[in-house]
Design a protein around this ligand. Sequence first.
Ligand code: 8YV
Length: 305
Amino acid sequence: MTVLQVGPLMPALSTALAARYDARELPDAFTDDEFDDVTVAVTSGRTGVDAALMKRLPALRAIINFGVGYDTTDVAEAGRRGIAVSNTPDVLDDCVADTAVGLTIDVMRGLSAADRHVRRGDWPAHGNPPLARKVSGARVGILGLGRIGLAVATRLTGFGCDISYHNRTERSDVPYRYAGSVTELAGAVDVLIVTVSGGAHTRHLVSADVLAALGPDGFLVNVSRGSVVDEDALVAALVDGRLAGAGLDTFADEPHVPPALFGLDRVVLTPHLGSGTVETRQAMADLVLANLDRFLADGTLVTPV
Ligand code: 8YV
């Protein structure tokens, strides 16, 4: 079995792949037969393996993805070619949910903006910034009540928040109110938190109409994928004051963030760090290696998608 690293990975994982499995790294340019012996590709949501690359790796049997989201890998094409795909579910739920709650509190209470206010010396000169909005008891809408969405709901239940959600189908195992559409959900909440998975099926689910339903007193928090939100519509709504604020960890064209957002104090911007703690990234790397070991041993995966 020959292992190939596709795209950048955290240095410790990259080192382990090279040292333990003799893995090579895919260069930008390569000849057609250079990697025709590769059976396993290890990648991340940042890069993935598309159909064109699969065609150039004819012996490929498994794609092991560092990350729960695998929208950059063409899973349908992998299925057609008999290539198994794994991801890293569960181990990052806590940290991504923590990030969602952090962004919610930050943007509603204006914490990052207040920090800038103090650093600029505006406190003695101009007093306090404008009053913020209350988080405890707020009406929270969760778009995508999966593992991460549930972890967000559990946390915000502790804040006395009123939780509702939208999924393609209603869940019978949760105490939260179901909204039949994204627009209905957005119209009924103070903050809409996006935790649905990325990909073609959720592209621009948060449309201009959804943002209009959220309205000038509503906040948007996104810890999922930038593709889920119509970013042009979001920027326009924020610039025009048709939305109260946004806490954004993911963007349409990472690492590029629309410059129009940089000057807005009612927006909190983080660089896709939802799972970015020492503990969680280690757990993700361990799960990648567990999948790799299992595949090399018996051709199965620990966490197939
Ligand atoms: C990672 C993520 O930062 O798991 C995901 O889907 O988006 C993050 O945990 C990413 O996969 C690393 O490239």
